[in-house]
Design a protein around this ligand. Structure first.
Ligand SMILES: Nc1nc2c(ncn2[C@@H]2O[C@H](COP(=O)(O)OP(=O)(O)O)[C@@H](O)[C@H]2O)c(=O)[nH]1
Ligand SMILES: [Mg+2]
Length: 410
């Protein structure tokens, strides 16, 4: 096992047609600044990597100097590692096996949330081939991808459906029970089934009466719940993008305008120490003007004017943050052992930041850190007010928590 405590347990999938900028987004998001690059798990597999969510660190509030272990703190900003997968391009008909077919669908299966990268400039046709910018309507791409994924799930879940539906009506064990194996195959939690049925406005007790259209609506809801998705409207540096972005924002989706290419350029310059820039910053500072050619300075200034000033940031970091904090509804919690120094047993101050689901209780948090800690849990203490909290207390974002157990932590 890695010496570093993993901060993440979720996987973000970067999806979309070919040529929309998925790999550029993935490279930009996983390209570490020099300091972060020391992490041994930066590259996991060719298309898997570690990116970061950013959150204001608690150390300034507690007036301590921190010494992070599982994350990084740059000028009061915590960068917490999260895992990403760059999924191969999806073409229409993929669910029937077109293109790379089931290969990418298998990768989608593993993802907990999806970042759909769309070419907002309209320079990529429906098959993912380059076309004249503005020629293709990216609004079409928004629905296409979801239809592909839903159709794929429909084919898997529909096998043997009439028999399953009848049995479920008779034995009253519920549809989720009878679909269990297939749900496991799709990495979908059983408890999502009833929620999807309710959202689709269908009857849980009478699945045998569902029409094909009802079934599709059920699966579509199941997909939305189990693989929540946001849209990255990429290539906003191209002039044809703006009007399309405005139209996409009117749709009922979380749309994040972005330029993956700009983020990649900024991170590369930061990696070389040429500029001061943290992922997600609104601006950068040229650190070594003497090391840059006039052309490089011009390119950087163009990014500042055309992207950072108009869009607020490049959008790449916002996409990761939104995926974790909005789609997956996660919060950050800082475990410490020594309440006085806010340190672990080695004296490291605020060593770890954990990403946990909103609603996590003190005891569940102990289990997330270590099974033994969960089992031997006595109570927890909130470092802010030094109050004891019980096992059922629900943790809040940016809580600093010490867990007291019957045994000392290893
Ligand atoms: N103008 C512009 N081009 C981009 C941007 N992101 C990616 N591209 C270009 O789009 C093309 C496809 O990018 P790639 O990341 O390989 O797309 P993928 O097939 O979706 O992985 C490449 O030529 C990239 O340089 C962007 O933000 N702006
Ligand atoms: Mg690619």
């Amino acid at each position: 096992m890695n010496i570093m405590q993993r901060s993440y347990s979720r996987l973000l999938g970067v999806v979309g047609k070919p040529n929309t900028g998925k790999s550029t987004f993935f490279c930009a998001a996983t390209l570490a600044t020099a300091e972060i690059a020391n992490y041994p798990f930066t590259t996991i597999k060719p298309n898997r990597g570690v990116g970061y969510v950013r959150t204001p660190c608690v150390h300034p509030e507690f007036k301590v100097q921190d010494n992070p272990k599982n994350s990084l703190c740059l000028d009061g900003t915590r960068l917490v590692p999260v895992e990403l997968i760059d999924i191969a391009g999806i073409v229409p008909g993929a669910w029937e096996g077109r293109g790379l077919g089931n290969q990418f669908l298998d990768e989608i299966r593993r993802a907990d949330a999806l970042i759909h990268v769309v070419d907002a400039s309209g320079g990529t046709d429906c098959e993912g081939k380059s076309c004249k910018p503005g020629e293709h309507d990216p609004v079409e791409d928004v629905q296409f991808l979801e239809k592909e994924i839903t159709m794929w799930m429909v084919t898997i879940l529909k096998k043997d459906w009439p028999r399953i539906a009848r049995t479920a009506e008779q034995d009253k064990k519920g549809i989720a029970h009878h679909l269990e194996d297939r749900l496991t195959g799709l990495s979908i939690k059983k408890q999502y089934v009833n929620e999807a049925i309710r959202k689709a406005g269908l009857s849980v007790d009478k699945p045998a009466t569902w029409t094909d259209e009802d079934f599709y609506r059920f699966v579509d809801n199941l997909r939305k719940i189990s693989k929540p998705l946001l849209i990255v409207a990429n290539k906003i540096d191209l002039p044809t993008a703006q009007a399309n972005v405005e139209r996409m924002k009117k749709l009922d989706y979380t749309v994040i305008p972005a330029s993956a290419e700009a983020e990649l350029a900024l991170r590369r310059a930061a990696e070389k120490g040429l500029i001061d820039y943290k992922p997600g910053d609104k601006d950068f500072k040229i650190a070594h003007p003497e090391k840059l050619s006039p052309g490089q300075v011009q390119a950087l200034e163009r990014i500042r004017d055309k992207i950072l000033k108009t869009n607020g940031a490049t959008g790449v970091q916002e996409a990761l943050n939104t995926a974790y904090f909005k789609l997956l509804d996660m919060i950050t919690v800082y475990p410490v052992e020594d309440l006085e120094h806010l340190s672990d047993h080695n004296g490291r101050v605020l060593p770890d930041t954990y990403l946990v689901p909103n609603g996590t209780t003190a005891r569940q948090f102990a289990y997330i850190i270590h099974t033994e800690l969960g089992e031997s849990f006595l109570y927890a203490v909130n470092a802010r007010d030094k109050r004891r909290i019980g096992e059922d207390a629900i943790l809040k974002d940016r809580d600093v928590i010490s867990i007291v157990s019957t045994q000392k932590r290893a």
